[in-house]
Structure formats: C-alpha cells, structure tokens
Design a protein around this ligand. Structure first.
Ligand SMILES: Cc1cc2nc3c(=O)[nH]c(=O)nc-3n(C[C@H](O)[C@H](O)[C@H](O)COP(=O)(O)OP(=O)(O)OC[C@H]3O[C@@H](n4cnc5c(N)ncnc54)[C@H](O)[C@@H]3O)c2cc1C
Length: 542
C-alpha cells in the first residue's frame, strides 16, 4: 500500500467534499479520490464554447444546509448566491402569462388574472407547505429514525445504537405531532400524488401546471402518481436561494459552489486527488481497509466512505461474497428509473416571448424558471409517451437564463439558456434503434422547437449546445440509470428505507464502510446533508 489514511472518500461530489471537510475538522487525515478531472460531481460548471459557461447538470440552489455553508465558511471561499425575483414565468399559448416569486403582491395580482379564488388561496397553500417543510427539515440533518423491526441477522445493532434510534424516533414523533390537525392532509403530501392535492387547492390550470412541474422534476412518474407529492415538497424546502422555495443561482455556476467546498476542504487539511478512479474497496477480516485504484495502486484507510451510487458501491466496487445475500437483493431492488435530460445552450440574444415581448434587456420573464408546460393535461400526456419508452412528443421544459443575473457566464450581450427536460426515459422502447446515442440530438431539436413556439427568435439564437441525455448523465456522472438523485425518491426509498431498509444511518454491512452521498438519506439535491450526517456517524465510530 502506498499510504495510509484515517478516511478515504470515494468521489468528490459536493457530498464527498462536505463529508471530507467535517472529518478533517474532526481531526482525521482524509483523502478524496475523484475519477473525473474536476470535483463537484453533478454540481459543476462547464465552458461549452470559449467564454460560455453553463451549470452542466444541477443549476439552482435552495437545499444547501445553512450549517454546512457556515461551518465550511463557503462565502469566504467564494460562494455567492444570486437571488431570483420573479422566480417563475409560465408563457401560455393563448397569449397570457403567469409570473410568480417571493413578492406576495405580484403573486396575488398575477394569479388573479386567472382566478380570484386561487389568488386568495395561494398564500394559504404556501403557508401550509412552509409549515410541513419546517416540520420535516430538521429530520434531514440527522440519520432518519429507523424503527423498522428488522431482525438482528439483517442488521445487528448495539444497545447505544438502539437508544439513539429511540431518540430519533422521538424527534420524528414530535415533527409529526407538530403538524397538528393538518397531519392527515400533510401525510397525503408526503406519501401521495401531487395532482389531487393541487386540484383541490386551485382551479386555474396555468397555476396548477406551473406548480406541478416541481412534482415531477427528476422522476419517471406522472403528476398523478403517489410519491410526486414529496417531490413537490422537496422543492419548497430550503432557504439557500434567498427565501424559502425560491431557488437561486450560484455566481459562476454550480461549479463555483463545489470549488468553494474544495478550497474549504483543502484548507482543513483534506487531500484531493483528481483522475483517480477507485476500482475496488478492499476488505480485510470483514472490515474496509482501503481501496485499489483503476491503475492498480492500493491505498489504505481505517474508514472508507463512498459518494457513488449504492449500485456502484455494492455491486461494482465490492467483490460479490463480501455482502449478505439479503442485502445484495435489497440493493438490486433499488429503483433508478429516470426520465430527465439537460440541454445547455449559448444564445446570441434573449428569448423574445410572444406573450411578454422583449429581448434587448433582461425582463421579469427572463430571471426565473420559464415553464413550458401550459396545462395539467400537457404534463400528463408528456408522461404517457415516456411510459412506453418514448421521449415526450411535447416535452415539459424548465428553462433558466442565469446570465439574466450573472454576467460572468457569457460575453456581453449573449446569454446562457439551460433546459431541464422531462420526459426522456433512460429505458427506451426496444424499437428505437441505436438508443439515446442515435436519437439524443433529434430530441434536443424537438425541445428547442417546443420553446420556439413561445419565443419565435429562440431557435435562430442558438450558437452552441451541450446535450446530456439520460445515458450521458450516467456515463459522465456515474448516475446509475441516469437518475439525477442517485436513486428515485418515492416514499419506499426515503428516510429509513434509503438506500435500503435498515441501513439508513450511513453504515453498511461492511464495518468501516459508509455511504456519504445522495444515495443515502435525505437523498438528491445540493444539500450537503448526506455528507454532513455521514461524517458525524463516522466520527462517532472513531
Ligand atoms: C441534470 C441534473 C439537474 C439537477 N438539478 C438540480 C438542481 O438544480 N438543484 C439541486 O439541488 N439538485 C439538482 N440535481 C441533483 C443534484 O445535483 C445531486 O443530487 C447532487 O449533486 C448529488 O451530489 P453527491 O455529491 O451526492 O453525488 P454526485 O454529484 O453524483 O457525485 C458523486 C461523485 O462520485 C464520483 N465517483 C463515482 N464513482 C467513482 C469511483 N469509482 N471512483 C472515484 N470517483 C467516483 C463521481 O465522478 C462524482 O464526482 C440535479 C442533478 C442532475 C443530474
């Protein structure tokens, strides 16, 4: 073995970096091994053409825990959030539009154009989501309460671990009790489908469709499927964007956040090695003892944490016999279905929307997320295609133009447009020959056309493009199945069920091996929570 560390982190995604920083601050000698030439995982900035910078995958911040931002001194290391106001714009084919954001008066005026009742109801709806989010959020910053009565041969636990579980169980009970009389309807939000909830609250299709896109981002499910309620809630969590649920841009793109994290980690003593792919986790006497790199080098450590997906960690990096059969079966059952794609564009001018013209100067229609999903039926139909393995004929698009507030990303007068696309099913119908490599560009054209229907100058303004199909997301970021959250987020894969039931406290059946990324509780999103929680458990174990 070339060297020996206290802790090795496999993967320098933002969670790997957060985990490493806390371990180093806890006095550990830490090495991060990242297979790519840059840290950040799915939170990176790419230069797609000289002078044009995009947030390659993730593009907005809200969930980042304030504790992580504070402890890692991210502001001092160059992290800056640019707030968005308005934060949402929905152009409609009939020439109307809906703008929304942190400004209550604007929301009221805009929603009232469609329904006076909805304008009255919206602040109550938001207040309810806020109350639920405030009950749930503290549960995200610690391992989940694992009260599953699983037998010891599935997961042996010490008395201390059981006592800690009871403590967390108490906090879960308290969080649910705090929901009071709202618990029944809040339970539906946490476990049920987004559509019936929105249908009960509102009558305006434009408002419902705008809100409903948040419920299907990153999922391979229609707005009417159970589990989409939680994804809706997930998107109103966090305040890192400047206000609750108002997601913000990171100046310099998402890579600027992970570069700040890397600087903070390095300052705390963490060593980071790039282009260092781990091929195997070494195990001696049932305990993790280090890693072997793809080039053959072995490096020793007392503890190893993996920022890779559970599938990669347990099926590729560990040799088969190391894990109990029941655990391996549980890992093989994890749902990685996905239907998301990212298209990043450099454009010569701003989109000039039919319903709210203007391309010379940044207007309110350019600052927030632009929703190309005018009705609930449009959203449902978009999924119908994906259900049978076809990309949506009329895709659901979320466009963001970070250059509307961040002039560091493109030359003067030019802009960046990032398109997050649903539904682009990873698993295509068998009759689609050549798979995503064959159809990716044609589908990107369809997405550009869909946006051009609302802003006629859009297609002609495109100068450069970066197309990331679900297969590209898997290849480039090692996101199993292209799933943007390192595993889908329905209730049976959340809290004490994530990554598999009984192993939600970041530990694994191999002593000294931990999971520190989005594969673990509380799942996907740029939150730093899995990394922080995992580091605390590792420090507890010594
Ligand atoms: C297209 C897209 C859009 C998204 N949009 C948003 C958004 O706007 N806001 C938001 O909050 N979240 C968003 N997300 C989700 C969010 O980006 C992820 O959940 C989050 O980045 C996960 O971070 P992580 O550190 O846990 O893992 P990852 O970012 O997946 O990092 C894992 C790291 O491990 C490395 N690795 C894997 N295997 C090995 C190995 N064998 N050896 C060495 N290194 C290895 C990988 O290269 C990678 O760097 C988006 C994700 C995608 C893909």
């Amino acid at each position: 073995m070339t060297q020996h560390y206290d802790c090795i982190i496999i993967g320098g995604g933002h969670n790997g970096l957060v985990c490493a920083s806390y371990l180093a601050r806890g006095g550990k000698r830490v090495l991060v091994l990242e297979r790519q030439g840059v840290v950040g995982g799915a939170a990176v900035t790419d230069e797609i053409a000289p002078g044009y910078f995009v947030s390659t995958a993730s593009y907005l911040v809200s969930l980042l825990l304030p504790e992580v931002e504070r402890d890692l001194e991210l502001k001092r290391h160059g992290y800056r959030v640019l707030a968005r106001n308005p934060s949402s714009f929905t152009p409609l084919p009939d020439g109307r539009h809906l703008l929304m954001g942190p400004d209550e008066a604007l929301n009221h005026e805009q929603i009232a154009k469609f329904s006076a009742c909805d304008a009255e109801a919206y602040p109550r709806y938001e207040a309810w989501l806020t109350r639920v989010a405030e009950c749930i959020e503290p549960l995200l910053a610690e391992p989940p309460a694992d009260l599953l009565p699983l037998p010891a041969d599935w997961r042996p636990r010490s008395l201390m671990q059981r006592l800690r579980e009871l403590g967390r169980g108490g906090r879960l009970y308290k969080a649910l009790r705090a929901m009071g009389l709202e618990l029944p309807q809040s339970a539906e939000l946490i476990t049920g489908a987004a559509r019936p909830i929105l249908d009960r609250w509102f009558e305006s299709d434009a408002l419902k469709a705008t809100l409903a896109t948040d419920a299907v981002i990153g999922t391979h499910a229609p707005i009417s499927a159970p589990g989409t309620g939680y994804v809706l809630l997930h998107h109103v969590m966090g305040t890192a964007g400047g206000a609750r649920g108002v997601w913000g841009y990171v100046e310099g793109g998402m890579g600027a956040l992970t570069q700040a994290m890397a600087r903070s980690a390095t300052e705390s003593g963490v060593e980071i090695r790039l282009n260092a792919e781990v091929a195997e986790i070494l195990v001696e006497g049932g305990k993790a003892s280090g890693v072997r790199l793809a080039g053959g080098e072995t490096i020793g450590a007392r503890m190893v944490a993996s920022n890779a997906t559970a599938r990669i960690t347990f099926e590729q990096l560990l040799s088969g016999a190391t894990l109990p059969q029941s655990f391996r079966e549980a890992v093989s059952r994890i749902d990685y279905s996905s239907a998301s794609m990212k298209i990043n564009l450099a454009v010569s001018e701003l989109p000039d929307f039919n319903c709210l013209p203007g391309k010379g100067e940044v207007g309110p229609q350019h600052r927030g997320t632009i929703h190309i999903s005018p009705t609930m039926e449009y959203l449902e139909r978009a999924y119908d295609d994906a259900k049978y393995g076809h990309p949506s004929r009329e895709p659901v698009l979320e466009l963001t133009i970070p250059t509307s507030v961040d002039r560091t990303l493109a030359p003067e007068g030019h802009h960046i447009v990032q398109m997050f696309v649903q539904y682009a099913p990873y698993q295509l119908a068998p009759e689609i020959e050549g798979g995503w490599d064959a159809i990716g560009n044609a589908f990107a054209e369809r997405c550009i056309d869909a946006a051009t229907l609302y802003a006629p100058n859009f297609r002609a303004s495109v100068l450069h493009r970066q197309v990331l199909t679900p297969l590209d997301l898997e290849r480039r970021f090692r996101l199993t199945g292209g799933n943007i959250f390192q595993g889908a987020m329905p209730l049976h894969q959340l809290f004490s069920f994530r990554p598999v039931p009984g192993w939600s406290d970041y530990r694994t059946p191999v002593a000294g091996l931990y999971i520190c990324g989005a594969a673990a509780h509380p799942g996907g999103g740029v939150s730093g929570a899995p990394g922080w929680n995992c580091a605390r458990e590792m420090l507890r174990d010594g």
